[in-house]
Design a protein around this ligand. Sequence first.
Ligand SMILES: Cc1cc2nc3c(=O)[nH]c(=O)nc-3n(C[C@H](O)[C@H](O)[C@H](O)COP(=O)(O)OP(=O)(O)OC[C@H]3O[C@@H](n4cnc5c(N)ncnc54)[C@H](O)[C@@H]3O)c2cc1C
Length: 403
Amino acid sequence: MADVSADVAVIGGGIVGLATARALQRRGRARVCVLEKEARPGTHQSGHNSGVIHSGVYYRPGSLKARLCVEGARRMLAFCAERGIAHEKCGKLIVAVGEDELARLDELQRRAAANGVDGVTRLDAGQVRELEPHVRSVAALHVAATGIADYPAVVAALAADVAAAGGALLPNAELLAGHASGGGWLLRTRAGSVATGLVVNCAGLQSDVVAARCGARPEVRIVPFRGEYYLLRPERHDLVRGLVYPVPDPAFPFLGVHFTRTVHGLREAGPNAVLAFAREGYTRTSLSLTDLSATLAFRGFRRLAARYWRVALAEYHRSWSKPAFVRALRRMVPDLRAGDLVPGGAGVRAQAVGPDGALLDDFSLLRTERALHVLNAPSPAATASLAIGEHIAALLEEAGPRP
Ligand SMILES: Cc1cc2nc3c(=O)[nH]c(=O)nc-3n(C[C@H](O)[C@H](O)[C@H](O)COP(=O)(O)OP(=O)(O)OC[C@H]3O[C@@H](n4cnc5c(N)ncnc54)[C@H](O)[C@@H]3O)c2cc1C
């Protein structure tokens, strides 16, 4: 006999899992439960990010990221407003420092138009200085639609909604194994067993592990990339007023170290993107032999490492050396000094890598018998979470068995 029985079990109480559980309930799935490994929801990526509501300028037109980010940003702003959650549509600058970056700025402007992102304006160096007197540039894009939000408060509001609609939120309930049984599943967790018709895997940094525990064989694996932050000392907040980003390198899904403002009034600088030796490793010395050996054994990782070892070494250097980190930021803000920054927090990105060593660019979902696995939901998945949840609930409504 199972301890809990449900129509759908969502594995992972991060922002994507909770938004999915809520969307399933709103489409009439009455008995939804959320299994969370930790004592509280939102402990990993959803509680360790930059707090930005992305607008959708970066992503390939037609991709899931582009579509769900634009739709998700609209939903997220409305949700925060409705629920009294701290947020602000503050806009951001994407700054070209060298002439060689102008073609990429043009491409971002084209993508923004193709993705339906309104309010993207080209600025010259003088106009940039009016907005951000300490920022050096040859040109920039001003993206009015970008915002900031208190994502931990969003996680708490989503969890409250799921509970209020009769959903069971099970803390300390790490999924250990899933067995297909009698047209559904019997799940073994650290908090007892769960009988369910459908499984939705939203386990973030552990999504490939959870997929394997449910008998799926995804081609991709999660490779964890830590992002470390510094904080600007309050007396130096005049150096950057808002969100200031470099033009990203199109070879990588990461945005390059940048400046952000949080809803709590902090100014953050970062995050970098360092290969982490533990999936939930928030410090430079975190090491999990299980995680590291799984990463090293993966052919896709070895191919990735062969291709990008120079970039990886430069990122390690920048992780251990504050002057190197500051140098990257000083390209945009030359007045910045090492003493203006103090160490901040860190988050770990769940980035899926294919067997060919490619970093998966788009969100990725895998359907199997009576299960759906979210295998790649890195940034901007916090922004997009409400739209991702809707998308998954619609997919399951089309195909899944109803209670
Ligand atoms: C440094 C950093 C900066 C970012 N900045 C932004 C940003 O500004 N804007 C933006 O939109 N996005 C940003 N992101 C991305 C965003 O945070 C993530 O895409 C999003 O939080 C993913 O949510 P999730 O629910 O999929 O994952 P998570 O929040 O990681 O949740 C997964 C959950 O699954 C649980 N779990 C794992 N294994 C099991 C198991 N076996 N059984 C039960 N539960 C399990 C975990 O404990 C966890 O709570 C950033 C990410 C990082 C790391």
